[in-house]
Every structure is written in C-alpha cells, then in structure tokens.
Design a protein around this ligand. Sequence first.
Ligand code: HEM
Length: 126
Amino acid sequence: MQLTSSRSLVVLRLSSALATLLTLIQALLVILTVTKVAKLIAVHGMVGYLSLLSMIVATVAAFVWFRRGGNKGLMMHAGGVAVLMLVQIGLGEARVVWAHVVLGILIVLGAGALAMLAYRKPGGAS
Ligand code: HEM
C-alpha cells in the first residue's frame, strides 16, 4: 500500500480532525456557559476526556505511520498535543481557570494544525 494512502494515515487524519472538532465544541460549551445560556461545564469536561482519547488514537496512528516510513514530526506533534490535553484536564479539574483558558486556545490551534498537516502534506514540504 502506498505510504500516503496507508490505513494508519487515514486513522491519523480522522482522529485528529475529530479531536479538533471536539475541542471547538468545548470552546462553544464554555461560551454558552459564560453567556448564561446553559450550564454546560460538566459536559465540557466530559467532551475533554473524549478529545484526549481521540488525540491518543491519533498519536498511536502517527507512531504506526512513522514506523512505516512516515513523518516523525507529525508523531511528535500528536504526542505533544496529547500531553498538553492531559495537563489541561488537570488544570480544569483543579479550577486553575486562566492557565486553562490560555492552554485551551493553544490546544485548539495545535489540534487543528495537526489535522491540516495530516490532510495536506503529511510527508513534509515536498
Ligand atoms: C477551548 C478552550 C477552553 C476553554 C476556554 C476552557 C474553559 C474552561 C472553564 C472556564 C472551566 C471551568 C473552570 C471552573 O469550574 O471554574 C473548564 C473546566 C474544565 N475543562 Fe476546559 N476549557 C477549554 C478547553 C479544554 C480542553 C481542550 C480540555 C481537555 C482536553 C478541557 C477540560 C476541562 C475539564 C476536565 C474541566 C473540569 C470540568 C468539571 O469540573 O466538571 N478544557 N474549562
């Protein structure tokens, strides 16, 4: 099977896109809570665990893809975002709100960038 159509790359693409979608939903849930439309912080927390799960799947897929000759940077990127998500859950549960909000924005951007790279040029600049 060609490297750019291998199953692990397909899983990496789908799981990183899902993680991005989930983190965007989390931001939306926070906005709805802050604007007092509905109290959705508990749901935000639960979606947070799902985001972490899909980023772990993305990291494993990126690792498998790397072992088959894929790009090492994508594996490090996915693993890095997964670690940030773990820290983020700790900050959220501990109610360290400002650090959590800043890291949350970085995570949304990091997950989105990973998905874009995995779809557009997973092999690097070439
Ligand atoms: C998109 C940016 C994000 C913003 C603006 C944000 C904001 C918040 C806020 C305001 C709280 C409530 C803190 C409190 O109760 O005082 C919270 C809780 C929490 N957040 Fe986030 N968050 C973001 C992203 C994330 C992400 C990406 C994760 C996980 C990967 C996450 C996981 C959690 C968890 C586990 C809680 C605790 C929920 C609970 O107490 O039931 N958040 N967040």
